[in-house]
Write a protein that binds this ligand. Structure first.
Ligand SMILES: Cc1cc2nc3c(=O)[nH]c(=O)nc-3n(C[C@H](O)[C@H](O)[C@H](O)COP(=O)(O)OP(=O)(O)OC[C@H]3O[C@@H](n4cnc5c(N)ncnc54)[C@H](O)[C@@H]3O)c2cc1C
Length: 502
């Protein structure tokens, strides 16, 4: 059988595999990225992206297309059968500190096409549609995979295989990795609709209609599209709810079915699953292959994108001998608590929405309505921050202070790309060494920072070091930060003592 060699074999070109491929390609890593199907996934899925994810997708070449065809959410509201507000989330201001809208309501295929187009421009990444992973085994330090393409079967030897192959991941099953089941399993019909007569939106509000008689989600998507999610009642089967007639009756309280066209429909079981192990030697999982959550927070794809951004720089550093393998152990250590926290939040929101018992719903309503209405509204949920892989002063999502003269025209992210950033008051030997090893260095005084957020972050310190996934690694003296960063790359552990010792 024909055999090829590469550094990384990416299995699956959903949004997570495609973003990972672009990040690796931007760093010159050689990769083969295979996808079983020819076109992007045809059924309705993600409708919401948060600002952090838009920024990470921008670094992967996917955000502009989404921004051109998306709209912000004015609020996200959970209302009971009587229409009373149980809880709600409202963004504060238009743009988040990353420079992107707090929420972008979009159409997942738009993103996937854009990411694949960017991936195709990466000279070191070979993208192959209609190529499916059949099996693989570990071989030496890496893996040997068998792939079936249109011209027959062939082998690929790679240092790493990354399973971005979705919920039913072949990579995960072959490795024998099991899920931790967080106990959520509810059947929902999901419908994407196209609005007729040039209507761009039914509403700017995302609504969870928590009616025990029929829980329904109604969400704006990209302009001209609207999403409905409808919970199946006990005893209902998919074939009972998917017909045009059944859909028209179920969405009647929210929209006139004759004013829209059902584009895609699917019945899903919403799960909450987290893989017990995210890496076994050269075998790594990312995105839905590693975790799945119910969509009530709109965070599945967002979480997978964070995985890709967390992983790519670590793989590159190990391949180039700048990091020990221990750095890859930090991937699950850093990402899993974040995913677990978000999944728990999504499950608890799901429990509010999915209540079908009338008495339980009455008690829920009484309890939630006991708080005054203004206390039931919060800012958009904050899912930022990591707790490890950072120094004591780190962990927040770094603001984008802009670059050049006008923030609208240029982002620091554009100039820096997918790389670690060091922002300093004054350049020094340490900052020059950092730039020499592939990092991006900017002077604080040369950045617009119109909001003053970056200056506030640095405070009276000399510098801030930002990881390639745009979490703040830490603030302090440039030389101590660079030493701590290099120590983190070598060991996968960020220690405050490193700073003290440097
Ligand atoms: C109803 C619904 C609503 C959602 N809403 C949101 C939302 O608002 N916001 C959000 O962030 N997330 C949302 N999500 C979740 C989001 O859609 C997923 O998390 C995301 O698509 C996962 O991306 P992925 O790249 O990990 O996997 P996938 O998109 O599933 O891609 C996996 C790819 O791997 C390929 N593949 C599989 N096996 C093989 C093989 N053996 N060989 C080669 N290729 C293979 C598949 O063909 C597929 O293209 C929603 C999901 C659902 C179902």
């Amino acid at each position: 059988m024909k055999r090829e060699e590469t550094e990384v074999l990416i299995v699956g070109l959903g949004p997570v595999g495609a973003a990972l491929g672009v990040y690796l390609g931007r760093m010159g890593v050689s990769a083969i990225a295979i996808e079983r199907d020819k076109d992007v996934y045809p059924l309705p899925r993600a409708a919401h992206l948060d600002h952090e994810t838009m920024r990470l997708l921008h670094l992967a070449g996917g955000a502009e297309a989404v921004a051109r065809a998306s709209q912000p959410l004015s609020s996200y509201e959970f209302r009971n059968a009587a229409g009373e507000l149980l809880m709600g989330f409202k963004p504060t201001g238009d743009l988040a500190p990353t420079g992107w809208p707090w929420s972008s309501m979009f159409h997942q295929p738009t993103l996937e096409h854009a990411l694949r187009a960017r991936l195709a421009e990466m000279p070191t990444v070979s993208t192959r549609l209609c190529h499916a992973l059949k099996t693989y085994e570990t071989a030496g330090e890496g893996i040997l995979a068998e792939i079936e393409g249109p011209e027959g079967a062939y082998e690929v030897a790679a240092r790493f295989i990354v399973g971005c192959d979705g919920g039913n991941s072949t990579v995960r099953r072959k490795a024998g990795i099991e899920f931790d089941d967080m106990g959520f399993d509810e059947p929902w019909l999901v419908i994407d609709t196209v609005l007729k007569n040039g209507v761009t939106r039914l509403s700017t509000v995302g609504l969870q209609h928590c009616d025990p008689a029929r829980p329904v989600t109604s969400m704006p998507m990209a302009p001209g599209r609207h999403r409905f999610e409808i919970m199946l009642l006990p005893g209902e089967k998919p074939e009972d709810v998917v017909s045009d007639e059944a859909i028209a009756a179920m969405i009647a309280p929210y929209a006139d079915a004759s004013a829209l066209e059902v584009e895609r429909r699917a019945v899903y079981r919403f799960h909450a699953l987290i893989a017990k192990t995210w890496r076994m030697g050269p075998v790594i999982l990312a995105g839905d292959a590693a975790h799945q959550m119910p969509p009530f927070l709109g965070q599945g794809l967002c979480s997978g994108t964070r995985d890709a951004a967390n992983l790519a720089f670590k793989i590159e550093a190990v391949l180039r001998g700048r990091a020990g393998e221990a750095l890859l152990d930090s991937y699950q250590v850093e990402r899993e608590p974040h995913v677990r926290m978000i999944t728990e939040m999504a499950v608890s929101m799901g429990r509010v929405v999915c209540t079908q018992d009338a008495e339980a719903a009455r008690q829920r309503d009484a309890q939630m309505l006991a708080a005054p209405e203004d206390k039931r509204i919060s800012p958009l949920l904050s899912v930022d921050g990591i707790k490890s892989g950072i120094l004591e002063s780190g962990g927040a999502i770094a603001p984008d202070p802009g670059f050049g003269t006008a923030h609208e025209k240029s982002r620091l992210d554009d100039a820096a790309g997918y790389a670690a950033l060091l922002i300093v008051r004054e350049e020094s030997e340490a900052s020059r060494a950092f730039a020499g090893s592939g990092g991006f260095v900017a002077r604080l005084g040369a950045l617009p920072d119109a909001s003053g957020r970056l200056a506030a972050l640095i405070g009276d310190r000399q510098a801030v070091l930002v990881r390639p996934d745009r979490y703040v690694f830490g603030t302090g003296e440039a030389s101590t930060l660079v030493a701590a960063w290099n120590a983190y790359l070598a060991s996968g552990v960020a220690r405050a003592e490193t700073i003290a010792a440097a």
